[in-house]
Design a protein around this ligand. Structure first.
Ligand code: SF4
Ligand code: SF4
Length: 357
């Protein structure tokens, strides 16, 4: 069976009234009312962006979705989970402060924020999935407890998975720190001592103090490393290496299995909106404001995370006239998350695109 993906062309700098009308068209086309019962607690999953990053979905765009949920008489709340790595979203207090700084206040969005995995990411629910990597996965509690889920995903590239949208937003983004850790557990970085300048940037950024300087070069203690990839991101001398293909494949498969766990108690209660706007090489977890790698495409809506991600990538690649994510990350196969996701029943690779006229 083919899935439906609804699509409107949008530019980030377009008139706000037009964006509100287009968002409304998308949610009417998808029949939002079918997914939200009166008084449902509706989790709106979003990334509030890392400090210094401006790629996140603008709070006033989020307001348009919140208003539609309220018109279905649902009770929406914005949600995300705490991060594995150091920066400003590692615990709920810092995370909320950053979200407010980025404009996600209740007067702007119309909804409160609940960080789904609790103060220090200890609040989860075990969901049995019985798949290749995991028999069960741990999902952030507030999301699992919510009656319905709407995932708002900014479509970007990603340094470990090559491509990030709905599957990553719920698979990685609704796992607790333990779940994130398990998804990264195949990432085993090592140091190319010939390139290392002993600048210590990786040491400062390693969340678990797994790096030390030995013989004038960084040295990673394998037994302590949690595979978060932060050292790889911050090293300016290209001195950290990992085995890309194997690492990325396993991580994407594990991410898809976590996404399946998120969806498990939400059958008929999950909607996805992908924002293919200000598409950047890195995701919004990076503490920097990347330039666009392709012109704005638009917003997509579907009930199928695989179909909406496939449609998003297809539209981007069509506009770029090449496989853009392969070009940006030649060592990775970004499509693993979709093919594997489809193989475990997360969604369909086949879809029909319904475009607003
Ligand atoms: S950031 Fe790179 S160059 Fe600096 S100490 Fe770490 S590995 Fe070496
Ligand atoms: S050594 Fe690198 S990958 Fe390992 S925990 Fe530290 S920053 Fe993360």
């Amino acid at each position: 069976m083919r899935s439906k993906v609804h699509f409107v062309r949008v530019k980030l700098n377009e008139d706000l009234d037009a964006i509100r009308d287009k968002t409304r068209w998308l949610l009417e086309s998808i029949k939002l009312k079918k997914f939200i019962r009166v008084n449902d607690l509706v989790a709106i999953k979003i990334s509030f962006g890392e400090e210094g990053n401006k790629g996140y979905i603008p709070p006033n765009f989020v307001r348009f979705v919140i208003d539609e949920v309220k018109s279905c008489r649902g009770k929406p709340f914005l949600t995300d989970t705490n991060t594995l790595y150091k920066e400003k979203r590692q615990n709920t207090v810092d995370h909320l402060n950053l979200a407010y700084e980025h404009g996600f206040t209740q007067d702007v969005t119309g909804a409160p924020i609940i960080i789904a995995d609790g103060l220090r990411s200890g609040e989860d629910i075990k969901v049995n999935i019985n798949k290749k990597h995991f028999k069960s996965v741990k999902i952030a509690r507030a999301c699992a407890d919510a009656d319905s889920l709407i995932a708002l995903s900014h479509v970007t590239g990603h340094m470990l998975s090559g491509f990030a949208a709905a599957t990553k937003n719920i698979g990685m983004g609704l796992a607790t720190r333990v779940g994130k850790l398990l998804q990264h557990s195949n990432i085993k970085p090592s140091v190319l001592t010939s390139k290392c300048t002993a600048c210590k940037l990786c040491i400062v950024n390693c969340p678990v103090d797994a790096i030390e300087i030995k013989n004038k070069a960084a040295c990673i203690k394998e037994d302590i490393c949690i595979g978060c990839g932060d050292c790889l991101v911050v090293c300016r001398d290209d001195a950290i290496k990992i085995s890309w293909s194997e690492t990325s494949t396993f991580m994407q498969e594990k991410m898809a299995e976590h996404a399946l766990g998120v969806m498990k108690n939400k059958e008929g209660r999950t909607v996805f909106l992908n924002y293919a706007l200000k598409i950047t090489k890195s995701c919004d977890c990076m503490a920097k404001d990347d330039p666009r790698i392709v012109p704005d495409i638009g917003i997509l809506a579907s009930t199928d995370p695989i179909a909406i991600d496939k449609a998003s990538a297809d539209l981007i690649n069509e506009t770029s006239n090449l496989d853009l994510f392969k070009k940006e990350y030649p060592n990775l196969d970004w499509s693993v998350q979709l093919t594997y996701g489809a193989s475990i029943g997360l969604g369909n690779l086949e879809y029909d695109l319904v475009e607003m006229e």
